[in-house]
Write a new protein. Structure first.
Length: 310
């Protein structure tokens, strides 16, 4: 008998493929409200500052394909077939679910390329996948809620930190601090008991423990510019405090809420945070992102196999 083919619905944020995509993409992020000309100009400028387009599209595609290969190599009982479903640009989540159904696949593991669960992020991806599957009467969606606890994910970041620390002179080790960050979300999520902040904190503790470091802090980044408050402290504020009141010199940025290089890392971290650190006489470090690192892909593959075992 042939192996069952299981759909691997890899869901991710998405990014404009070209300049012309910026307005529809940004409008989709704002739930259909067109951004102002000023907001469009500002976002266009940030994409220009990272080279015109974000590497996210290519990295997401490679992550999905590498994960598919890794899963098919790790076990033979099932055959995995990857489908990319994006939140804010084509191929949309709904397109991917329809294709899985048309290919005659009856169940699909839904994996979001973001480690921590929030109703704002992971839940909204999964809800869309489920709604699309209901509409087409299949496939059955098997969601992974979060995968931040995966051992190899923690090991990946711990290894990156150790490698970065090894590049800092012995005499400066005590003046080196790791900043673990994730995307900020509107503070109102706290009212509904969203586990996102606790999961990010748990990840930071686990990585710090594995790396054997004691100088680290947690902060939020890339908050929206709205009137309502967002989770803080912001990375930029924390850098000022760490430099001016605690005298740290080396700042090691680990954006653990993201899994690849993209605008929020290449601009918000590598340009904004770097500029501030350097203006205060500090030294900026940002280890490599997970991208398609074998340890990271292994972590994702374990999460997929575990959810099917349950
Ligand atoms: O193109 C790229 O390389 C960047 C892709 C990108 C990723 C990403 C991840 C997350 N976001 C999350 C939440 C929000 C909330 C708002 C929001 C706004 C933007 C804008 C752009 C953007 N996000 Fe994003 N985000 C990425 C890109 N994000 C562009 C709009 C302009 C700006 O503010 O920069 C506010 C929405 C609103 O205005 O109503 C909230 C979260 C993540 C991490 C989880 C995930 O990947 O799903 C949470 C990558």
């Amino acid at each position: 008998m042939e192996n069952e083919t299981v759909g691997l619905l890899v869901m991710a944020y998405g990014t404009p493929y070209q300049k012309e995509d910026i307005v529809p993409y940004y409008t989709a992020i704002r739930h259909g409200r067109r951004p102002s000309d000023e907001q469009i100009a500002d976002l266009t400028r940030r994409y220009e500052r990272i080279g015109g387009v974000s590497p996210l599209a290519e990295l997401t595609r490679r992550q999905a394909l590498t994960l598919e290969s890794r899963l098919n190599e790790r076990q033979q009982a099932l055959t995995f077939k990857a489908y990319l479903g994006l939140k804010y640009i084509h191929p949309f989540i709904e397109d991917a679910v329809r294709r899985i159904h048309e290919d005659g696949i009856s169940r699909a593991v839904a994996l979001v390329l973001a480690p921590h669960y929030s109703r704002f992020s992971v839940q909204s991806y999964t809800d869309r996948a489920r709604a699309a599957a209901e509409k087409s009467d299949g496939p059955q969606i098997v969601p992974i809620e979060s995968w931040y606890r995966e051992t190899n994910f923690i090991r990946f970041w711990a290894g990156q930190i150790r490698q970065t620390l090894a590049s800092i002179p012995e005499s400066e080790q005590d003046r080196s601090v790791v900043i673990f960050s994730a995307h900020s979300l509107p503070e109102k999520i706290l009212k509904n008991g969203d586990p996102y902040p606790d999961q990010v904190a748990e990840t930071a503790e686990a990585i710090a423990g594995e790396a054997g470091i004691s100088h680290y802090v947690r902060a939020w980044q890339s908050a929206g510019k709205t009137r309502n408050p967002w989770l803080g402290p912001d990375v930029l504020d924390i850098v000022r405090t760490l430099r001016e009141t605690e005298g740290y010199r080396h700042f090691i940025f680990c954006p653990i809420g993201f899994v690849s290089e993209h605008l929020e890392v290449l601009y918000d971290n590598d340009q904004q945070c770097r500029r501030l650190v350097e203006s205060l006489g500090g030294i900026y470090h940002r280890p490599q992102m997970p991208d398609t690192d074998p340890l990271f892909i292994d972590a994702l593959s374990s999460a997929v196999l575990k959810v099917l075992d349950q």
